[in-house]
Design a protein around this ligand. Structure first.
Ligand code: SF4
Ligand code: SF4
Length: 594
């Protein structure tokens, strides 16, 4: 099961997530025989930085919820400890950060502790590695950066620090004190949900919640946060480890400065910057000694699981305020920092990495050309490389189509062009003159028949006032359309010809449309038909009269009374007239008397 879930009903196929995904781990597919395309995460490519969650304007993606797992642990009577990420002071909707320990205890957690202590364990181990002289190093606390290296840049694995993350270190420390504990990590990170399932993170964090999941739980349980008293975390207490969520936090926690190493120490956040730095290091050109990489912009303070909307600067200030207020005595804080140096054996801090990159698929050039041609790209000039589909280049998208991750219809310029040419084709083929008129009664667009009718070129017509083209009667009908729902329909004479006139508003484009269909020929045909019918009826009446005379003679010969004959013949005339009219209606009367 994936760590990021999607609500397909909310997804509007805008491809924003695909555009923003740094490793193109999003597939656009048709599901369940539905004609609609929807996005789906390609699990083994995804680095779980959670960018697609934060950028989706429809909130169609969310991290998998694991709150139920924690509730089940509690209901089964397990002793559950929380390791709370140091960014809690900045990323929760709490004025007093120390209300959090009270909230967690109220929810049933037996121990509430700060991950920052684990950060200090890792930072010291990192410092020791540097002192041993192997470099350059890429720090490894950010699980999304680890995923990035393992899944996309395995050539950088030798540079990754072989150390576990602060959460894993802290959970192991807690379990070393009480082996029966279940440990829940609570923080801003989606990738932590996967990290705790890795074999090299065994016997550490059992389940990871985001701050947002925690806050939903608080709201579901109707906890009156205002009414709660603040309380402290359980020891041991960290100090500089509380600065870990900021860029270069590990360096601060370890007390590492550029003077300690031969060349340089660099702290970088934001996944695109991380990718650039990794490529730089693996190219062998970088002269840095230690690079602290964090996937989210601004470090963990920009994490996707934050439960407030503060900007990165306000969050940073909150974090610094909390750190300052907790500095160990005698600098004014309220607690003495713990001593993490011997808290965990070094072997418990070590980890390994695995190359998880898929072998690149060989895509035949012919197949790429064929896919490009399907969207009207025959020459390099046709390849716009606009990125609207989510891929950097048209070629990248063609390769994704070949792999089954994308669909040719995702090319927005091509689809727009196609829609426009379809619309143009239909509009030019319609046997009516079409004028699109602005709200200030000027011509915006016309079709070919409209140009013929107005006897003006397209160039001359565009921008022209309708008064210079149409008679006052039509102009006034157009102006009378006040409501967007209004439609005028009627016959009018223009230029000595009869036109069927339809005028309507198009509210989305804020225009009015005049459709003129020449009915002159139809009207002439109708008049001719009516004349023909009258002539035919006259002739039919003559035939009937003749037949009556013959019938009267026959009746006289048979000795019937004149009155009876007249009545019968009148009836006969009526029947014949009716039949004749019907026959005319069916077009069966030729007009001949024979
Ligand atoms: S951003 Fe992605 S998930 Fe959200 S609506 Fe757009 S395509 Fe769908
Ligand atoms: S979590 Fe990151 S890598 Fe995974 S699909 Fe979303 S944006 Fe792409």
């Amino acid at each position: 099961m994936g760590f990021i879930e999607r609500t397909s009903a909310k997804c509007k196929d805008c491809y924003r997530c695909l555009r923003e995904c740094p490793v193109k781990a999003i597939q656009v597919v048709q599901e369940d025989n539905s004609p609609e395309m929807h996005v789906k995460i390609i699990e083994d490519r995804c680095i779980l930085d959670g960018k697609c969650i934060t950028v989706c304007p429809q909130n169609a993606k969310q991290p998998r919820s694991d709150t139920k797992t924690v509730k089940t642990m509690l209901s089964r009577g397990y002793k559950v400890a929380a390791t709370v990420a140091p960014s809690f002071a900045a990323l929760l909707p709490l004025v007093d950060p120390l209300k959090l320990p009270t909230i967690l205890r109220k929810l049933g957690l037996a121990m509430v502790s700060e991950t920052a202590f684990g950060a200090e364990l890792v930072a010291r181990a990192q410092r020791k590695l540097l002192e041993e002289g192997k470099r350059p190093y890429i720090t490894s606390p950010c699980p999304a950066v680890v995923n990035l290296v393992e899944r996309h840049y395995p050539e950088a694995i030798p540079y990754l620090t072989p150390l576990v993350s602060p959460a894993v270190a802290h959970a192991r420390y807690l379990k070393s004190v009480d082996p029966d504990l279940k440990v829940v990590f609570i923080g801003p990170c989606v990738a932590k949900k996967e990290e705790c399932t890795r074999p090299d993170a065994a016997l550490s964090v059992d389940v990871a919640l985001t701050f947002r999941e925690l806050w939903s739980w608080v709201e579901e349980d109707n906890i009156d946060v205002e009414a709660l008293e603040a309380s402290d975390f359980d020891p041991p207490y960290p100090d500089l480890g509380r600065l870990f969520p900021t860029e270069g936090g590990i360096l601060k926690a370890a007390g590492i400065t550029s003077s300690m190493v031969s060349s340089d120490v660099v702290a970088i956040s934001g996944i695109e910057n991380c990718i650039e730095m990794i490529s730089y290091i693996t190219s062998g050109q970088a002269t840095v000694d230690l690079v602290d990489l964090m996937a989210c912009n601004g470090g963990c303070l920009g994490g996707p699981g934050a439960a407030n909307e503060l900007n990165i600067f306000a969050r940073r200030q909150r974090l610094l305020d909390y750190w300052q207020s907790r500095r160990p005595e005698p600098t004014g804080g309220d607690k003495q920092a713990g001593e993490p140096s011997d808290a965990l054996p070094e072997s418990q801090l070590r980890r390994t990495y695995r190359d998880k990159k898929h072998k690149p698929v060989e895509v035949p050039e012919e197949a790429i050309r064929e896919i490009l041609a399907a969207t009207g790209k025959y020459t390099p000039e046709d390849e716009l490389n606009c990125g609207a589909c989510g891929y950097h280049t048209c070629r990248d998208k063609a390769i994704a189509c070949y792999m089954g991750y994308a669909d040719p219809v995702m090319c927005i310029p091509y689809m727009r062009q196609r829609a426009e040419s379809m619309a143009n084709l239909i509009v030019s083929a319609i046997p009516s003159a079409i004028f699109v008129v602005s709200r200030d009664d000027r011509i915006l667009e016309v079709n070919r028949l409209a140009q013929l009718l107005a006897k003006q070129s397209l160039h001359d017509l565009i921008g022209e006032s309708i008064e210079h083209i149409f008679p006052p009667e039509l102009c006034s009908k157009l102006r009378q359309l006040v409501d967007d729902e209004d439609v005028f329909r009627g016959l009018m004479v223009l230029d000595d010809r009869w036109f069927d006139v339809t005028i309507f508003s198009e509210p989305t484009q804020r225009v009015k449309v005049i459709v003129l269909t020449d009915k002159s020929k139809e009207i002439q045909d109708r008049e001719r038909l009516s004349q023909l019918r009258n002539e035919t009826l006259g002739r039919v009446e003559q035939v009937i009269n003749k037949q009556m005379q013959v019938a009267q003679k026959v009746a006289g010969l048979l000795g019937e009374t004149t009155a009876e004959t007249k009545g019968t013949l009148s009836q006969l005339v009526k029947i014949l007239k009716d039949e004749t009219s019907n026959a005319i209606g069916r077009g069966e009367v030729s007009g001949s008397e024979d």
